[in-house]
Ligand binder design. Structure first.
Ligand code: FHN
Length: 548
């Protein structure tokens, strides 16, 4: 995972026969905000008709070096290109099926081979996207129920005769792959494991993304992918990536001109990296093989910013500091990078919650000048010049006396409300981990023993009794588990009840607790003893005031 953790920024490429349809079929436009690469399914285009259009695909202006140069100039370090998307068409020379760009079109070239070579020359890590479940061309693949009768499908046959053999080709003929990016999950964990085994057996160094397995099951693969364009609200205790669009579609659509600005892309990159993730940003090249000019323009601007500021991105780790009104932070050892998105009118950047001494603070753009640093009421104050040197994100590199020592977040309450405690404000130790649940939500998992603890600091302003509710999901065979909930010296034990398969959260009463006076309290939750399974998938604890 070392390169993945270091590199942070990758280029996603969605390109195939759908790029030539460009969002239109029989003079009809796909509905706005519909992904253009889904056009075959959206219009139920018959296989024969789609195949005919694929036959005409002829990207004469395709230049692998130009694409790779664009990725490199943007500061991207890895590239993931669609080898086969859901339409079933292979964008490389496949012996398994003639339905591929070399044999089926008059282009007769293998873009993946050319891209792999170009990546090798440029020092970019080459990777492939492979739609392993969905295949609208194959009679036995998943998804096409307009040409093929689902009752007559033999999915295993599709896997054995097309998906696995094609994956094998990709793992054999295109040099070392950084990762294989699977999509849309798999029908059974067994099938998913077979694809993982194939990758491991042919390229043990190759990473596997989180979408290889079913979305309702534990992560299989090396890291989590958020949902499309997804962003967690806080940091996680696992490796993750978020695939994101530059406009709203993945494959090219001539109707979609909703481009993100360079500033938005830079802010997202920083936000993702500040939370420990990777940004896989998509381009949708056109039928002739060129990249739409608006994408190029945005990426070039992002690249200019990266050329001056990339040390605050590559090789950094998530920051435990909170989100600040002025921007975000990234960390590299004892260096803290302040990413200033909005310049303070009083020329003062305030950092709260940091228990470190500061050796120096300098603008990354002008390291010869030290910025004045002071401390006040436990906050670190840095005085900045009157004008913002980079209006999108000005970075200040702060040398600390040690890696950041960050005070745990304090959860406060309004006078008439209780507390909601979840992964965002939790401090986890041992094997208790804050994770994406692969279903759009987040929880704390992986805890199996009493040293695996999630804790919260509460600032209680209203003394009195509080009813505690605990919301979690637990599988059938975890029901022998018990949790211990401790607040100050008060300890409560509770049973874990099965809630169903997957992530079926349910809420349970967990008793009441008395806060005798206002002040700060620490609440912790942990397994009562050692188990051979997780304690639970904890979504939240809520504390509601119920009087004296
Ligand atoms: O259905 C696909 C979609 O077309 C696109 O490839 C995205 C990229 O993350 N993945 C799927 C939807 O999640």
């Amino acid at each position: 995972m070392a390169w993945f953790r270091h590199d942070k920024f990758g280029m996603f490429i969605h390109w195939g026969p759908y790029s030539a349809l460009a969002g239109e079929w029989n003079n009809q436009q796909i509905p706005p905000h519909t992904e253009a690469e889904w056009i075959m399914q959206r219009f139920n285009i018959p296989v024969a008709d789609y195949r005919e259009r694929a036959h005409q695909f002829n990207p004469v202006r395709f230049n692998a070096d130009a694409w790779v140069a664009l990725a490199k100039a943007t500061g991207m370090k890895y590239l993931v290109v669609t080898a086969k998307h859901h339409d079933g068409f292979a964008m490389y020379h496949s012996e398994v099926s003639k339905y591929n760009i070399v044999d089926w079109t008059s282009f007769h070239r293998d873009p993946l081979k050319e891209l792999s070579d170009a990546c090798q020359r440029a020092g970019i890590r080459f990777s492939v996207y492979y739609s392993h479940r969905e295949d609208w061309d194959d009679p036995n693949g998943f998804g096409n129920n307009w040409d093929y009768n689902p009752a007559k499908k033999n999915f295993s046959q599709y896997i054995e005769t097309k998906a696995k053999p094609q994956l094998k080709e990709l793992l054999t003929n295109y040099g070392p792959l950084g990762l294989v990016w699977f999509d849309r999950g798999m029908d059974t964990p067994q099938h998913a494991a077979e694809f993982a085994d194939l990758v491991h057996s042919l390229q043990p160094q190759c990473l596997i993304n989180g979408r290889i397995g079913s979305y309702k099951q534990e992560l299989m693969g090396d890291y989590q992918d958020m949902g499309d364009n997804g962003m967690p609200s806080g940091g996680l205790d696992e490796d993750w990536e978020t695939p994101q669009t530059l406009n709203t579609t993945w494959g090219y659509s001539k109707f979609d001109q909703d481009w993100k600005t360079p500033g938005v892309v830079i802010h997202r990159l920083v936000e993702i990296v500040s939370k420990g993730g990777n940004y896989l940003l998509n381009i949708g090249p056109m039928a002739d093989g060129t990249v739409p000019q608006p994408s190029v323009a945005v990426l070039n601007e992002v690249g200019k910013w990266m050329s001056r500021n990339s040390e605050s991105i590559y090789g950094t780790t998530a920051s435990a500091l909170p989100e600040f009104p002025w921007g975000r932070t990234t960390v590299k050892g004892s260096k803290l990078y302040l990413h200033i998105f909005s310049w303070p009118a009083d020329r003062t950047i305030r950092i709260s919650g940091l228990n470190n001494g500061v050796n120096s603070a300098r603008l990354l753009l002008d390291p010869t000048h030290k910025l004045p640093v002071a401390s006040q009421d436990g906050n670190i104050l840095i005085t900045v010049p009157a004008a913002m040197p980079d209006s999108r994100d000005t970075v200040i590199a702060v040398e600390l006396d040690s890696p950041p020592v960050v005070a745990p977040p304090v959860v406060t309450q309004d006078s008439d409300t209780g507390f909601e405690l979840n992964y965002l404000t939790a401090v986890t130790t041992g094997n208790a981990k804050k994770r994406f649940n692969r279903d759009g939500g987040f929880h704390i998992a992986k805890w199996t023993a009493p040293e695996d603890i999630a804790s919260w600091i509460l600032s209680v302003s209203v003394a009195g009794k509080y009813a505690i509710k605990i919301r979690y999901a637990a599988a059938k065979d975890w029901k022998d588990g018990q949790y211990i909930l401790t607040v100050g010296h008060h300890e409560m034990k509770g049973p874990v009840k099965a809630t169903g398969d997957g992530y079926q959260y349910a809420t349970f009463d967990a008793g009441t607790i008395l806060f005798p006076k206002a002040g700060q309290y620490r609440l912790e939750l942990k397994p009562a003893e050692k188990y051979s399974h997780y304690l639970m998938y904890l979504e939240s604890l809520t504390l509601e005031p119920v009087g004296q």
